[in-house]
Design a protein around this ligand. Structure first.
Ligand code: ADP
Length: 400
């Protein structure tokens, strides 16, 4: 028996193989089906997708064989991968010097015929083979060898897909970690800013009180500007803290009666706006979510619906409803406000994106970014349909 020679690039090949994370994985239909088809087309009782490791061959898919692996030194496929571009054919192993005393030939599964096509990556590394095996001498037709090569190409595509998925997951994890880091950073900054801001406000107040007889009108106006700025900054810090907190807090999902929650929010607004505010609320469901966040979500969208109204609007009209779509609740909050032009509708969910100046409409540009984070945390999405001068309808979904 001849042991397979070790490919020159073996270290690098094994390194490349690691990136596919395929060794010792459970059987998968996609691979099993290709092995079955290879067996049917080539009319052999056995077919395998083999992966050649350091000291063994692992069977990722197998038809007509029970074992999961064999030592590398008796593996036919370890010979096959040494000529990556060729289909290796052994017509009769019992008469072949390389294999006639191989335990896989003298004992079970009693290999006589073998044909194996290497699975070669775009970097030129042969990871294993797709092979067909028979227990009697055999000859493959041209069509059968063409089909076997094509099927080996399909196996390779599955392996490449697997590698791409692994890379994607790694990138996704990195992005998640990065965004958590960012949120933590934003949280710390916002927290740290609170104290100096409190100092500024406190000393401005002292200045105003203790020196009021000595300050002229201009100085008093400047102090007022400073107060306004400090107030705006407090709002910004609070919104930033709310935004950063969504990722930081370990909350528990609970049933949330959205009907009661919405009516509570609206009744507070009704106390402020009186008959200038009317609303229509449809049948709203009990959902499962993070109660504090769901409240913040409705509060932000409803307060925007009330805030973004034309100056001369007499009556603010808000409609809230919910419908069921597969696996999700879809809420809609509609207003008769100023509307949003179609080219800016997709930008408003970005942190700090505001379409209006602070003089026109107060705000920090974080409300809808908070909403988007909350919705994503509930497995849903958020979007807007709107027409300038007519009003806006905010839609969001929450996984059931
Ligand atoms: P903020 O209200 O603090 O500016 P948001 O993130 O809540 O921040 O909203 C982002 C921008 O989207 C707002 O500045 C406003 O221009 C626009 N917007 C949000 N809701 C509405 C609405 N109901 N009608 C019109 N424009 C809206």
């Amino acid at each position: 028996m001849l042991k397979p020679t070790i490919p020159e690039n073996e270290m690098m090949r094994l390194q490349a193989l690691k990136q596919y994370n395929v060794l010792d994985t459970l059987p998968e239909d996609a691979f099993d089906n290709i092995a079955k088809i290879a067996s049917l087309i080539c009319e052999t009782p056995i077919s395998l997708v083999t992966i050649i490791d350091n000291k063994r061959q692992f069977f990722k898919a197998k038809t007509g064989l029970q074992i999961n692996e064999t030592p590398k030194e008796i593996a036919f496929c370890a010979h096959a991968i040494n000529k990556p571009d060729e289909l290796m054919i052994v017509d009769d192993a019992t008469k072949d010097n390389r294999f006639k005393d191989n335990p896989l030939v003298t004992g079970n599964p009693k290999i006589v015929f073998y044909a194996g096509m290497p699975l070669v990556t775009s970097d030129g590394f042969a990871l294993g083979t797709l092979c067909v095996i028979d227990t009697q001498p055999k000859h493959l037709t041209n069509e059968q060898t063409t089909a076997l090569k094509a099927l080996a190409g399909q196996v390779l595509q599955l392996l490449e897909l697997r590698k791409t998925n692994i890379e994607l997951k790694k990138t996704q994890t990195k992005i998640l970690e990065y965004s958590k880091e960012q949120a933590t950073f934003a949280y710390i900054i916002a927290h740290e800013l609170k104290e100096p801001l409190r100092m500024v406000t406190k000393f401005m107040k002292l200045l105003e009180q203790k020196y009021k007889d000595r300050l002229d009108a201009k100085a008093k106006q400047y102090i007022q500007f400073a107060f306004d700025g400090a107030l705006r900054m407090t709002g910004l810090i609070n919104d930033l803290l709310a935004y950063a907190k969504i990722d930081r807090e370990h909350l528990k999902k609970e049933p949330v009666a959205t009907s009661k929650l919405v009516l509570d929010i609206l009744s507070i607004q009704k106390n402020i706006h009186g008959s200038n505010l009317t609303f229509e609320v449809g049948a709203l469901p009990e959902i499962v979510g993070y109660p504090v966040l769901i409240k913040l979500l409705f509060q932000n969208i409803i307060s925007n619906a009330i805030k973004y109204q034309p100056t001369l609007q007499k009556i603010i009209k808000i409609k809230i409803d919910c419908s069921e779509i597969p696996d999700k609740w879809q809420f809609i909050i509609q207003d008769n406000g100023i509307g949003i032009s179609s080219d800016t509708q997709n930008k408003i969910f970005t942190p700090f994106k505001r379409l209006h100046s602070g003089e026109q409409y107060e705000g920090t540009g974080l409300g809808l970014a908070v909403c988007q984070k909350i919705v994503v945390k509930h497995g849903g999405s958020i979007w807007v349909e709107s027409e300038v001068g007519v009003g806006s309808a905010f839609f969001f979904t929450i996984t059931k």
